[in-house]
Write a protein that binds this ligand. Structure first.
Ligand SMILES: Cc1cc2nc3c(=O)[nH]c(=O)nc-3n(C[C@H](O)[C@H](O)[C@H](O)COP(=O)(O)OP(=O)(O)OC[C@H]3O[C@@H](n4cnc5c(N)ncnc54)[C@H](O)[C@@H]3O)c2cc1C
Length: 382
């Protein structure tokens, strides 16, 4: 269980963190190595997570959710990260990047059935924005949806899509109008839509999270499946990115803290030259530097979480926080592997897995460069 405290955390927050910690200790940590090797999570895990309240936090009650400030999300992410697998977080919480636009569209005929099925862990949902031609320039997507009577006919492809093989529903960004952001719509596509196929991708890390390329070849979807008004998808996508970035920041901090703890424990046990390696000044100073940066970054993470809770956070805050946390893990993970020595290169340590998972965090959900660009523009520096 994590032991940090903060002026922002109430007794309710800490009680929730404890219940998540027990779930992680009992259900996840004993199995995660096998799930990573299997490349998937057991179907029962989604229902267990939903029952614990991990899926419903912050969603409307009528859809199976409950009121919860963003600290609940951050604390549970950090707690689950103690298993040392970002793939677990990416897979388990894909719906958090997929269904928020649908939740906002209160007139959508599938809103209640799909959101309820997803938030109870019965079904899964994915978000499909990125295309083979590029992910950073979201306003320039090429996948096109043309009206044909009461259907859209979709043609194009999406790639690097988390839960792309296994999802039941896909929130897909398509071009319904002219060029640029003003021509983008979101459409909810079921996995069995005619003309919709998928192929799996192999990757450096996040092994227990499936990633896929999606193909739409004259794929027919009812017009009623469109989320929000036609050509109004871009603001939904941008709003969505903000909560995704908070999740990725918390994930980066949690994983960095986990491998720090593993390295500290190792440094206290491992003996060289007749003493534990923490008694070598270089090693303990390395650990002190790591701890200082972890503590400073957590203060920033909680400060921005509080700004979100108060409705005061700007997209620049989320962009800068994401970079701060992903820079942190890119510094901490290699240092942890170094302290573990050869063991840090072996499959059984958390440091080995987290080391392979660092880069995805500064690429997914908007790259490090795009985060800086977004923040600089929002500050009005240009
Ligand atoms: C494991 C994984 C899971 C993912 N899951 C999903 C998902 O579920 N759904 C989804 O839609 N996408 C997903 N993505 C895609 C991810 O969001 C994109 O990879 C990311 O947005 C970058 O797009 P790209 O890979 O096409 O890189 P590009 O956009 O081609 O960029 C390549 C490089 O150029 C830099 N660059 C681009 N433009 C600029 C600029 N203006 N200024 C400076 N530098 C620039 C980028 O920072 C980057 O370093 C996932 C990616 C990975 C790796």
């Amino acid at each position: 269980m994590s032991s940090y405290s903060s002026i922002y955390l109430t007794a309710e927050h800490l009680a929730f963190r404890d219940s998540v910690a027990r779930f992680v200790d009992e259900q996840i940590i004993p199995n995660i190595n096998q799930w990573e090797e299997d490349g998937r999570l057991p179907p029962s895990l989604y229902k267990q997570a939903a029952e614990l309240g991990l899926f419903g936090m912050g969603y409307p009650e009528e859809l199976g959710g409950y009121e919860a400030d963003p600290f609940y999300k951050v604390l549970s992410t950090i707690e689950i990260a103690r298993a040392g697998s970002g793939g677990l977080l990416a897979n388990l919480f894909t719906q958090d990047i997929a269904i928020p636009p649908l939740v906002l569209d209160k007139q959508h005929p599938l809103r209640e059935s799909v959101c309820t099925a997803v938030l109870t862990g019965e079904q899964r949902a994915a978000l499909a924005i990125t295309e083979p031609s590029g992910g950073s320039d979201v306003a320039n997507i090429q996948t096109r949806a043309k009206l044909d009577g009461d259907h859209y006919v979709i043609n194009g492809s999406k790639t690097f899509i988390t839960s792309g093989m296994d999802a039941d529903w896909y929130t897909v960004a398509v071009r319904t109008g002219g060029g640029g952001a003003a021509g983008v719509s979101l459409i909810l596509v079921p996995r069995d839509a005619p003309g919709f196929t998928r192929t799996p991708l192999k990757k450096m890390g996040w092994w227990c999270s499936d990633t896929a390329t999606l193909y739409f070849d004259d794929c027919r979807v009812p017009v009623a499946n469109r989320i929000g008004p036609e050509n109004a998808g871009f603001p939904f996508i941008m709003q969505n990115f903000n909560s995704e970035r908070l999740g990725l920041a918390a994930q980066a901090w949690g994983l960095a803290n986990t491998v720090f703890e593993e390295a500290l424990d190792w440094a206290q046990q491992r003996q060289t030259f007749g003493k534990p390696i923490i008694h070598h000044q270089v090693v303990r100073h390395k650990l002190t530097d790591m701890r200082a940066r972890l503590d400073a970054t957590r203060a920033y993470l909680f400060e921005v979480t509080w700004l979100i809770a108060e409705n005061k956070a700007k997209p620049a805050d989320l962009a800068q926080l994401k970079n701060q946390c992903t820079d942190l893990i890119e510094y901490i993970a290699p240092e942890a592997v170094q302290i573990l020595g050869g063991a840090g290169y072996m499959r059984e340590t958390k440091a080995e897995r987290v080391f392979r998972e660092t880069k995805v965090l500064s690429i997914g959900g908007g790259t490090r460069e795009i985060m800086n660009e977004l923040a600089a523009r929002q500050h009005g520096w240009l």
